[in-house]
Every structure is written in structure tokens, then in C-alpha cells.
Design a protein around this ligand. Structure first.
Ligand code: HEC
Ligand code: HEC
Ligand code: HEC
Ligand code: HEC
Ligand code: HEC
Ligand code: HEC
Ligand code: HEC
Ligand code: HEC
Length: 467
């Protein structure tokens, strides 16, 4: 938020903030004290009354009960910038309960909504909320129609889609018998469809009620979702020099500047060791601002069966490279991108394109139905691109060699040569021959290795292990 916007906010506040009656004030102050605390000296603030602008009378009533009812939430809130700025329980939950939200409910004389959505945050953080709404993150719950959705809902089943897929992607929060349907909430999936029609949950990264930028800058903020067999970004990063240098810096007592003010956490200036997910994808450099659109700096999409460059990919790549060059030379960065592009091209041309041509051919000749997952080869193909192929691409994108190769392209190759091709040959040998026969990169398999290459292998093992 700009300084002007902040000042404008304060200019609007006094009406509510200053309208407190002396009676209410003293009554609530007594309630707000934690029971075990020693008596406060006159003028000294209570635990629930932090430094900074005063909290509202409504907020004090919330705290009066919630100090005892949910002390963990109050403690987190007390650690936040919000409490220091007088943004209290009512500023969010009473504000969110206004209008005709179906989930707003009466609560000890107030009308509140439990789910505070990006729409409420937007009132004070317009830029961040607008950028977020435009990102793929905000659309992450729109996966009906995907193969993954068939897996979740039909092959697996509804309850596990709720506790699995939707906890990462987001549910559609629904009402049942006048209350929030518990199958759809709690849920802080990144693209959750909220009862007020807005998309997403800021708490995916800014955990409630600390709402801290320092937390959001750590890799753990992304780790709930960006891990596992089909998108192991967390594991790739942990393995990379960037992950190891980050952990080394923390282990040796460095703070990595994580507490620097919002928008001022600059690679090369605030810290020099390993960048985190946020450093590369979201945080500022001296030349580019913080973005809440995580797609703004990526040039490829590494998700589909065959990778493609995104619209305006050159500009996006330039922004990412601006992050890298805060710490590295231009030629190091260009060299890295050359290696990355070559892996994506290799995966695309050697494995993904022929595998897709074979699947399309099998479908065209009626040997496969249109229904997902009703034949073994469909599972084989799915794992080839969706799990193994993504791992190889993600490993190369974020400098994790074990994922580029052993968890990545090694698995792609093994599945391709020992499962996919044999299964396809059983169904249509002529089709397979037609697709891979003239691809020199498969010669070692289709025509056999040369005598010379084979002798090289034999010599190596004799020389190294005498066997
Ligand atoms: C008279 C005491 C009291 C007051 C005043 C009060 N609360 Fe609560 N609140 C409770 C209790 C008790 C619960 C239930 C906790 C539980 O389920 O364990 C609760 C639950 C909640 C919940 C969760 C409800 C849910 O369905 O999950 C929210 C959000 C909440 N309060 C916010 C507020 C806000 C905001 C205010 C002030 C505007 C406020 N409360 C004022 C006692 C109070
Ligand atoms: C900056 C806005 C904001 C403020 C200030 C705030 N909340 Fe919340 N609160 C949220 C959000 C966001 C959620 C998460 C709802 C979701 O997305 O599912 C939440 C959830 C809750 C819940 C239900 C979740 C749970 O973990 O049980 C309770 C209870 C609650 N808040 C109480 C409070 C109390 C008490 C205060 C004051 C100390 C407070 N809130 C201040 C935004 C806020
Ligand atoms: C009534 C206004 C208001 C609402 C509503 C509000 N905030 Fe804030 N928020 C503030 C103010 C004021 C600050 C302090 C800004 C500063 O220091 O520059 C702040 C700071 C922040 C920060 C930065 C914290 C840091 O460590 O520097 C985050 C993150 C944040 N808010 C997230 C949220 C989210 C998420 C919501 C909705 C769930 C929300 N806010 C709702 C007013 C609000
Ligand atoms: C652990 C969190 C998590 C779970 C569980 C999860 N996903 Fe995902 N999903 C992600 C992430 C993160 C991505 C983005 C990966 C990337 O960009 O490389 C993704 C990508 C996708 C995509 C690709 C979107 C696109 O635009 O190409 C679809 C479709 C999808 N998931 C659906 C599902 C379904 C359906 C389920 C359950 C059967 C599921 N996911 C389970 C986190 C998860
Ligand atoms: C994908 C994770 C993620 C999500 C989701 C997210 N944020 Fe952030 N947010 C961050 C990171 C990381 C920073 C810290 C940027 C930096 O280094 O200064 C940040 C910073 C902020 C700040 C401080 C001001 C600034 O621009 O630096 C505010 C305010 C904020 N976020 C509000 C929100 C709101 C409102 C939402 C929901 C609409 C939201 N955030 C969703 C990760 C996230
Ligand atoms: C609650 C789960 C969740 C969290 C937390 C989360 N993400 Fe994501 N992210 C997703 C899902 C799901 C997708 C895929 C959305 C789609 O394509 O439908 C995604 C997509 C992305 C993309 C690809 C965007 C694009 O335009 O192609 C990037 C980059 C990304 N996330 C980075 C981050 C970073 C960095 C963080 C932490 C600061 C983070 N995410 C936190 C779930 C999450
Ligand atoms: C050193 C910078 C850097 C760090 C640190 C980093 N990334 Fe990336 N990330 C990249 C680059 C570079 C790409 C590929 C960009 C392109 O396509 O041009 C990428 C791609 C991605 C994608 C897109 C994948 C797809 O399927 O299209 C996601 C999602 C992602 N990163 C998430 C994360 C998460 C989560 C973390 C932390 C665990 C992280 N990144 C750490 C630089 C980084
Ligand atoms: C905050 C500074 C910082 C940023 C930003 C950064 N790096 Fe690094 N990078 C490092 C450090 C520190 C090392 C480890 C050097 C060492 O330990 O020898 C490293 C190592 C590397 C290596 C060598 C890997 C290896 O295994 O030897 C490559 C390649 C690399 N980074 C590429 C990138 C790219 C590409 C980007 C941007 C997408 C980037 N870096 C962003 C600090 C950074």
C-alpha cells in the first residue's frame, strides 16, 4: 500500500475509532486483560491493546472473550502489523459480514463472517488483491474437465478430493441447512471460490492471524502445495545450491533479511545467499516491484504433456533474469537458461511428441476409447508426462540435478522404453515403428548400439571395478 493510500485510510478511520464511550472503555479493558496477568499500572497497555492506533470498541469486545476462547489466534494477531495499526478482529470479520453474504451469522450481538476473503482485504490492499485475482493462483479451483479431476472424483472419490485436491486448489464454499457445508470448509486452497463470489485465499501464504511478509518469503509458505510426485518444486529447491545456501545461512545465524519491510527485501542487498521461491517469483529487485501474479516471470509452461512458451515469454524471462543478475553475472544466467531450454526441448521432441502421436494414433484407429484411465497404457502415458516428465522439467528449471535426471528423465526413459513402447507395440506395432523408426535419438533402442560404443562400456567396467 502506498503511503498516500495509508494516510487516506487513517483519515477515514476516526469516525469509528474515536467514538468510544468511557463506560464501554473501562468495562472492556477489564475483560481484555488476560486473567493470570499482574495488575496493570495506570496508562500501561494490556496484552490485548498493542502500541499504535487504538483498537475499536467492537474489536475490544471481541478480544474480551477471545483472549480466553481462542488465545492462539489473539497471540498471532498481536504479533502482526495489523494489531500495531489498530486493524482488529472487527475490522475484518464484521466488515466481511456486511452485505448479503449467505454465510454471515449473528455472533454475540454482531453480524460476522468467519471467512474473510480477498474482497475484504482488497478494501485496504487494492494492488495486491487485484494482481492476485489476475493470476493463475486465483483460477486454481477451475479444474473440472481435467484428467486429474476424473482421478479425484471418479477413480478416487469425493471425500478424498475434498481433503486432497481441493485443499491445494480450493473448494467452492457452499451452504447446507443455513450453515457452511463442512465438506467445503475449512479450506484455504489457493483458488477457493468464496461465498461472496471472490476467488482465492490470501491465507494460503500469509497465515492467519500473523499476516506476515516474513513468513510468506520462506519456502515453507509454498511447500504445502508445491511438492510431491507431479510438482516437486520444494524438493528441487531444497536440493539446489540456492536451497542449501539458504539453510546454511540460517544455520550459521544469518537472518537472510526476512524481516525487512514489505517491498524492500532485495536480493544481493538484504541477503546474498540462497534465494527462496518468493525471491524469484514474487519479491522486488531494485528494478521490478513485488508481484502477486506468480506467473509474471516464467517463460515456459512445464505442466502440459508437451511444454510450450507462454505469451510474451521474452518479457517474462527478462524479469526473472533481473532477479538472477542481482547475484550472478549475465553469462552465468544465460548459460543456465541455455541448459534449461535444452532439457525442455529434449523432453518435448524425444519423448513427449512421439508418445502423444502414438496415443493419438491409437485413439484415431479405435484401439483406445475416449474415456480416461480405462486402459493400462493411459496410466503409463499419464505418469510419463504428468509425473516423470514434469519432474525432469522442474529439476532443470530450478537447478536440481537429481530431479532433472534420476527422479526425472531417467524415469521418463525407463517408462518410455520398458512400458509405453512395449504396450503400444502390442496394440499396433506398425504405428509405433512409423513414429519412432526415423528418430536418430532412438537408434540405440531401435537399431542397437554400435560395436564401438558397446566396447567402451565393457572397458569402463573392467578398468574401474575389474568386472
Ligand atoms: C461473549 C463472548 C464473545 C464475543 C463478544 C465474541 N466472540 Fe467470537 N466466539 C466466541 C465463542 C465462545 C466462540 C466459539 C469458539 C469455539 O467454537 O470453540 C466464538 C467463535 C468465533 C468465530 C469462529 C466461528 C466459527 O463458526 O468458526 C469467529 C470468526 C469469531 N468468534 C469472531 C468474533 C469477532 C470478530 C468478534 C467481535 C466482533 C467476536 N467473535 C466476539 C465468543 C465471543
Ligand atoms: C486481517 C483480517 C483479520 C483480522 C484482523 C482477524 N481475522 Fe480472524 N480470520 C481472518 C481470515 C482470513 C480467516 C481465515 C478464514 C478462511 O480463509 O478460511 C480468519 C479466521 C478466523 C477464525 C476461524 C478459524 C480458526 O482458526 O478457528 C476465528 C475464530 C477468527 N478468525 C477470530 C479472529 C479474532 C478473535 C480476531 C482478533 C484477535 C481476528 N480473527 C482478527 C482474517 C482476520
Ligand atoms: C482495514 C484495513 C485493512 C484490512 C481489511 C486488511 N489489512 Fe492488511 N494491513 C493494513 C495496514 C494498515 C497494514 C500496515 C501497512 C504498512 O505498514 O505499510 C497492513 C499490512 C498487511 C501486510 C504486511 C505485513 C508485514 O509484515 O509487513 C499483509 C501481508 C497484510 N496486511 C495482509 C492482509 C490480508 C491478507 C487481509 C485480508 C485477510 C488484510 N491484510 C486486511 C490494513 C488492512
Ligand atoms: C499438494 C497440493 C496439490 C494436490 C493435493 C493436488 N494438486 Fe493439482 N496442482 C498443484 C500445483 C502446485 C499445481 C501446479 C504445478 C505446476 O505449476 O507445475 C497443480 C496443477 C494441477 C493441474 C494443471 C493445471 C493447469 O493449468 O495445467 C490440474 C488440472 C490439477 N492440478 C488438478 C488436480 C486434481 C483434480 C487433484 C486431485 C485429484 C489435484 N490437482 C491434487 C497442487 C496440488
Ligand atoms: C503465493 C503466496 C501469496 C499469496 C497467495 C498472497 N501473498 Fe501477499 N505477499 C507474498 C509475499 C512473498 C510478500 C512479500 C513480498 C516482499 O518480499 O516484500 C507479500 C506481501 C504482501 C503485502 C505487503 C505489501 C507488498 O506489496 O509487499 C501485502 C499488503 C499483501 N502481501 C497482501 C496480500 C493479499 C491481500 C493477498 C490476497 C489477495 C495476498 N497478499 C496473497 C505472498 C503472497
Ligand atoms: C494452497 C496451495 C498453494 C500455495 C500455498 C502456493 N501455490 Fe503456487 N500454485 C498452486 C496451484 C494449485 C497452482 C496451479 C494453478 C493452475 O494452473 O490451475 C499454482 C501455480 C503456481 C505457479 C505457476 C503460475 C503460472 O502462471 O503458470 C507459480 C510460479 C507458483 N504457483 C508459485 C508459488 C509460490 C512462489 C508460492 C509461495 C510464495 C506458492 N505458489 C504458493 C497452489 C499453491
Ligand atoms: C533461483 C530462482 C528460483 C527459485 C528460488 C525458485 N524458482 Fe520456481 N522457477 C524458476 C525458473 C527460472 C522457472 C522456469 C521459468 C521459465 O519457464 O522461464 C521456475 C518455474 C516454476 C514454476 C512453473 C512450473 C510449471 O509447471 O510451469 C513453479 C510452479 C515454480 N517455479 C514454483 C517454485 C517454488 C514453489 C519454489 C520454492 C520451493 C521455487 N519455484 C523456487 C526460478 C526459481
Ligand atoms: C540472492 C542471490 C541469488 C539469486 C537472486 C540467484 N542466485 Fe543463483 N546462486 C546464488 C548462490 C549464493 C549460489 C551458490 C554459489 C556457491 O555456493 O558456490 C548460486 C548458485 C547458482 C548456480 C550454480 C549451481 C551449482 O550447482 O553450482 C546457478 C546455475 C544459479 N545459481 C543460477 C541462478 C539463476 C538462473 C537465478 C535466477 C533465476 C539465480 N541463480 C538467482 C545466489 C543467487
Amino acid at each position: 500500500m502506498t503511503r498516500t493510500a495509508r494516510l487516506a485510510l487513517w483519515a477515514m478511520m476516526p469516525a469509528t475509532l474515536l467514538a468510544m464511550t468511557a463506560v464501554l472503555e473501562s468495562g472492556i479493558r477489564a475483560q481484555a486483560k488476560a486473567p493470570a496477568k499482574p495488575a496493570q499500572k495506570a496508562g500501561q497497555k494490556t496484552a490485548a491493546e498493542p502500541a499504535g492506533p487504538p483498537i475499536s470498541p467492537e474489536g475490544k469486545r471481541c478480544l474480551g472473550c477471545h483472549n480466553q476462547v481462542t488465545p492462539g489466534i489473539v497471540k498471532d494477531w498481536l504479533s502482526s502489523k495489523h494489531s500495531a495499526m489498530g486493524i482488529d478482529c472487527a475490522s475484518c470479520h464484521v466488515e466481511a459480514g456486511k452485505g448479503d453474504r449467505p454465510d454471515a451469522k449473528n455472533h454475540h450481538g454482531f453480524k460476522i463472517a468467519v471467512i474473510v476473503t480477498p474482497k475484504t482485504c482488497q478494501g485496504c490492499h487494492a494492488a495486491e488483491a487485484t494482481e492476485f485475482q489476475a493470476s493463475r493462483h486465483a483460477d486454481a479451483a477451475k479444474f473440472i474437465g481435467s484428467l486429474d479431476n476424473v482421478l479425484g472424483e471418479a477413480v478416487g472419490g469425493g471425500p478424498v478430493a475434498d481433503a486432497g485436491c481441493k485443499q491445494c486448489h480450493g473448494s467452492t464454499v457452499a451452504m447446507k441447512d443455513g450453515k457452511i457445508d463442512p465438506a467445503t470448509w475449512p479450506n484455504t486452497g489457493i483458488g477457493r471460490i468464496n461465498p461472496d463470489g471472490s476467488k482465492g485465499a490470501c491465507t494460503s501464504c500469509h497465515s492467519r492471524h500473523a499476516f506476515s511478509v516474513a513468513q510468506a518469503r520462506t519456502p515453507e509458505a509454498c511447500g504445502k502445495c508445491h511438492l510431491g510426485p507431479d510438482h516437486p518444486q520444494k524438493e528441487v529447491w531444497e536440493e539446489s545450491k540456492h536451497g542449501s545456501r539458504y539453510h546454511q545461512a540460517l544455520a550459521l545465524g544469518g537472518k537472510q533479511g526476512l524481516n525487512d519491510p514489505a517491498g524492500k527485501w532485495l536480493p544481493g542487498k538484504s541477503y546474498s545467499a540462497g534465494p527462496t521461491c518468493a525471491s524469484c517469483h514474487m519479491s522486488a529487485t531494485p528494478n521490478i516491484p513485488v508481484t502477486h501474479d506468480v506467473g509474471k516471470r516464467i517463460s515456459w509452461t512445464l505442466r502440459p504433456a508437451i511444454s510450450a512458451k507462454l505469451p510474451e515469454w521474452e518479457a517474462k524471462r527478462k524479469d526473472m533474469q533481473d532477479v538472477c543478475t542481482q547475484c550472478h553475472s549475465r553469462s552465468t544466467v544465460n548459460g543456465f537458461y541455455t541448459q534449461f531450454d535444452r532439457v525442455v526441448d529434449l523432453y518435448n521432441s524425444k519423448f513427449a511428441t512421439p508418445a502423444k502421436a502414438i496415443m493419438d494414433g491409437l485413439a484415431a484407429s479405435g484401439k483406445l476409447t475416449a474415456q480416461p484411465f480405462d486402459h493400462k497404457i493411459k496410466w503409463t502415458y499419464y505418469e510419463l508426462w504428468h509425473h516423470e516428465g514434469r519432474r525432469a522439467r522442474h529439476g532443470a528449471a530450478m537447478a536440481g540435478p537429481d530431479y532433472a535426471w534420476w527422479h526425472g528423465m531417467y524415469e521418463v526413459a525407463k517408462t518410455f522404453y520398458t512400458e509405453f513402447i512395449p504396450e503400444a507395440r502390442e496394440m499396433d506395432p506398425a504405428l509405433v515403428e512409423k513414429v519412432i523408426k526415423d528418430m536418430p535419438e532412438h537408434n540405440w533402442f531401435t537399431k542397437g548400439m554400435s560395436k564401438q560404443d558397446l566396447e567402451g562400456v565393457i572397458k569402463f567396467y573392467q578398468g574401474r571395478y575389474a568386472q
